[in-house]
Design a protein around this ligand. Structure first.
Ligand SMILES: NC(=O)c1ccc[n+]([C@@H]2O[C@H](COP(=O)([O-])OP(=O)(O)OC[C@H]3O[C@@H](n4cnc5c(N)ncnc54)[C@H](OP(=O)(O)O)[C@@H]3O)[C@@H](O)[C@H]2O)c1
Length: 310
């Protein structure tokens, strides 16, 4: 099969199209013929070697976490899926493997693809939406009437977080920049702050939860927008400065997304009935994965970048 791999850490040009063996499957796995795979910022971070020393990948490495495709073959103990089923799901980013024509994946990591979505739209969902879900509901237990500040609301995670927060009945305040204000409003945000024009820390007070996608100096400013004992959930390891958080009397959490087929099926139900939608930034053919990484690294992605695979 064809797959994109990098043989050493480095620039996007390290991503090359290789001919590799089609993976075999274990008894509890299915082999999926991939039609579309999404690009997540973690993909370029791993490629560039940001996590070298913490997570040493077996090189050459096929990047890519989430995918949508058709079940080609099932393992001897699989009875929940059959060949021909259209499915979507993810593997953990450090396992990778979705920038390829085929992937072997455990049945616990996939769900039937929403019927109303194309493979491109479905591939865009799992990692970003599961991250948003985990932040909002596992960590923050967000509920009706609470107020949440969602940063980077126009990005992959943010576009799902805004919609899921609204579905829970929360009041959503979101940050993005001028070209994306209308998009974020259309996803349901009650208040959208153009972070390039307005200092969000002076415009927001007493929120219950902050979803911090960005880390850095924004974290301390974000803590100042929380009510006493409010929660900042970050997506950026190693997490929020605990001493500062204690001084500011706020709680902290760090998300580490992982595959979850049951929850992916719940997302599929929301997508099928139109309660949740995907926003596609750009599509690239698999062979142009390097170009897709350049786009992802720009930090300007609006929704999700997807690779199409034939
Ligand atoms: N811990 C985990 O399990 C986990 C899971 C998923 C993602 N992550 C991490 O979370 C981060 C976000 O992921 P993502 O997929 O959502 O990224 P993304 O799609 O690349 O985010 C791009 C978006 O960020 C917005 N943005 C950039 N700077 C901003 C700022 N200062 N204020 C507000 N918005 C800003 C951009 O809007 P403008 O163009 O308008 O600036 C753009 O729409 C990444 O670092 C990713 O690696 C971690």
């Amino acid at each position: 099969m064809q797959a994109i791999r990098f043989h050493q850490y480095g620039e996007p040009e390290q991503l090359v199209l290789d001919e590799v063996a089609t993976p075999g499957i274990r008894a509890d796995e299915v082999l999926v013929r991939i039609h579309a795979a999404s690009v997540n910022p973690a993909d370029f971070k791993f490629r560039a070697g940001w996590f070298k020393g913490f997570v040493d990948l077996a090189l050459p490495f096929i990047p890519g976490a989430d995918f949508s495709g058709t079940v080609e073959k099932v393992g001897s103990r699989v009875d929940s899926f059959k060949p021909g089923d259209e499915v979507f799901g993810m593997r953990d980013v450090q396992v990778g493997g979705s920038y390829a024509q085929y992937i072997a994946v455990s049945t616990g990591a996939i769900a039937l693809k929403p019927k109303n979505l194309s493979h491109v739209e479905a591939a865009a969902v799992p990692l970003a939406a599961l991250t948003a879900w985990s932040a909002l509901f596992d960590h923050a237990q967000l509920e009706q009437g609470q107020r949440i500040l969602i940063h980077a609301a126009s990005g992959g995670v943010g576009t799902f977080a805004v919609q899921l927060a609204k579905l829970s009945g929360a009041e959503v305040i979101a940050t993005t920049s001028t070209p994306n204000l209308d998009l974020v409003r259309s996803l349901g945000a009650d208040q959208v702050i153009d972070y390039r024009l307005v200092d969000f820390a002076s415009a927001v007070r007493d929120v219950d939860v902050v979803l911090d996608s960005l880390g850095g100096e924004g974290q301390a400013k974000s803590m100042s927008t929380l009510r006493r004992n409010g929660l900042i959930v970050t997506l950026q390891p190693p997490g929020v400065d605990a001493i500062l958080a204690q001084r500011m009397q706020v709680r902290t959490a760090l998300v580490a997304v992982s595959a979850n087929g049951t929850r992916t099926a719940e997302l599929a139900a929301l997508l099928d009935k139109g309660a949740l939608k995907t926003v596609i930034d750009r599509q690239f053919p698999l062979a142009d994965a390097a170009e897709a990484h350049v786009r992802s690294e720009s930090g300007r992605t609006r929704g999700k970048i997807v690779l199409t695979i034939s």
